[in-house]
Design a protein around this ligand. Sequence first.
Ligand code: FE2
Length: 290
Amino acid sequence: MTVLTKEQLAQFDRNGCLVINDFFSISRAEALKSRAKELLTNFSLEGHPMTQFSTGTSNQQHVGDDYFLTSGNKIHFFFEEGAFDDHGQLKVSKERAINKIGHGLHILDPAFKAFSINETISAMTREIGFQSPQVLQSMLIFKQPYIGGRVPSHQDSSFLYTKPLSAVGFWFALEDCTETNGCLWFKPGSHKTTPISKRFVRDPEGTGTKFIPVENHSSSTADENDDEFVKCEVKAGALVLIHGSVVHKSAPNFSPTSRYIYTFHVIEGKAEYLSDNWLQPQDGEQFTSV
Ligand code: FE2
């Protein structure tokens, strides 16, 4: 099976990102969006650490950290920063307050598992150059109307660090993504010029996470307002491939239109996966081969 053309592979290599329009059908996008909405509706606030963040003791912070750090093989719900008022109460309905669901949809949810782990994806990973590809996390990222948060400029390999670097993001538009509802913005070619200078690790002195510098690299100079960013507006059904070192970001959604996307990341199974990376295989499981 051949999925990507030579031109597409060359473009991905040159830009560090590649848009494949109409990769999946509108009806598939609608079905996945419905499933995402079902997850939002069915999830219960009871027992969720958000209920405990509001009182803010260190012990309760720890509960929140655990909820995040153990989410690799679970379906956990993470809130928008702007979702709470000063008293820790939700300002909007829970369905509108969730920023993302992660990080084990590709393991646990039948619809997203089938969409993620299949022959087409497997073929594409090999065309990109993977020998032993593994899906290590998946996320639904919502930018709900008026509340969807910005994602500051970053490189995915900071969060999914391997030696040598190998992470690639598969990013699927479940809805049209526009400048107004928070589409992606890339610095084309930055994967070749901007080294990974920091990585996101489990804090050995606490219960949470932090960034640490990567040896031999001075800190990154990625600038939010850099005019080299190019907007990446896509229609529902598009797949965007994202090189782990390409600098990208997205704006907040202050519009009345939501922006739902699904994404997962692949790393090379033969590369070294660092034991202090924030995301670790859970419960003795391995990352999912594709
Ligand atoms: Fe990213």
